[in-house]
Write a protein that binds this ligand. Structure first.
Ligand code: BTN
Length: 252
């Protein structure tokens, strides 16, 4: 890793973001949680070249090959009430989508916060809350050329999409800048944030299967509600889902 390149990019981070680089950790989310519990400040960004136990949502493993991808976690100490913290996941997803777009690609958001290019996932986000802080973990495939067989059909990278190599440091800088603005919109300006998410929502109008707390479901996505919930039309009517897993598109 070019530590100098990352530190140079970090010099352009907005306040209060600061970069800490680790060569190898189990998971950057776990590392930031420990630092947060020890009193680390809002805006700490911990980037690891290698994660030996990177985690995705629902406890899945997250594959982030050294030198090719970005794996980092941001410590947020929100001023907003805890009930609004889940919105940080939407803010982070939007920030990543906008950063990807700033490099000339078209990004989609698969609610709540997978980032897609075309029909493939390029980035994932894992937000975990502590008592007085949240950890926003972001994994983005930047220069990867191949993936493990279990995800090779559904994953992509900036490089695969463009045949170009990207500066990971520049991409990191863009994401942090976008997130610095969007994280401020989880309260009063949430309508602005949601409008930008809606523009990129790849599920709207599509038939999907998914798993909710109440069990498996199937329906057509009508969009995203004002509070950030997924609006799913099922045979029982319009459902407003705060959380859902395994959201899969059905063929048209
Ligand atoms: C998902 O799509 O399931 C979420 C993936 C989140 C991966 C990132 S990589 C940095 C941070 N550390 C982790 O262990 N996970 C997140």
């Amino acid at each position: 890793m070019s530590r100098e390149e990352f530190m140079a990019a970090a010099a352009g981070f907005p306040e209060p973001f600061r970069l800490l680089i680790r060569e190898s950790v189990e998971s950057t989310n776990d590392e930031v949680r420990v630092l947060a519990q020890a009193g680390a400040p809002d805006g700490l960004v911990l980037l690891a070249e290698c994660q030996t136990a990177g985690r995705g949502r629902r406890g899945a493993a997250w594959f982030s090959p050294a030198g090719e991808s970005l794996a980092f976690s941001i410590l947020v100490r929100p001023d907003e009430p805890k009930a609004l913290w889940p919105r940080l996941a939407l803010a982070a997803g939007l920030a990543v989508a906008e950063a990807v777009e700033s490099f000339g690609l078209q990004a989609g958001i698969k609610w709540p916060n997978d980032i897609w290019i075309g029909q493939r996932k390029v980035a994932g986000i894992l937000v975990e809350a502590g008592s007085d802080f949240a950890v926003v973990g972001i994994g983005l495939n930047v220069n990867s050329n191949e993936f493990p067989p279990e995800v090779s059909e559904i994953a992509t990278s900036l490089r695969i999409e463009t045949s170009q190599i990207f500066s990971r440091a520049e991409v990191l800088g863009e994401i942090v800048r976008k997130f610095a603005g969007r994280r401020r919109q989880i309260s009063d300006d949430f309508d602005v944030l949601i409008s930008a998410v809606r523009l990129r929502c790849v599920l709207t109008g599509k038939r999907v299967t998914l798993t909710t707390a109440g069990g498996p479901g199937v329906g057509t996505v009508e969009g995203i509600a004002d509070g950030g919930e997924l609006l799913l039309r099922t045979t029982d009517g319009l459902e407003r889902l705060i959380q859902a897993d395994e959201v899969r598109l059905l063929p048209p």
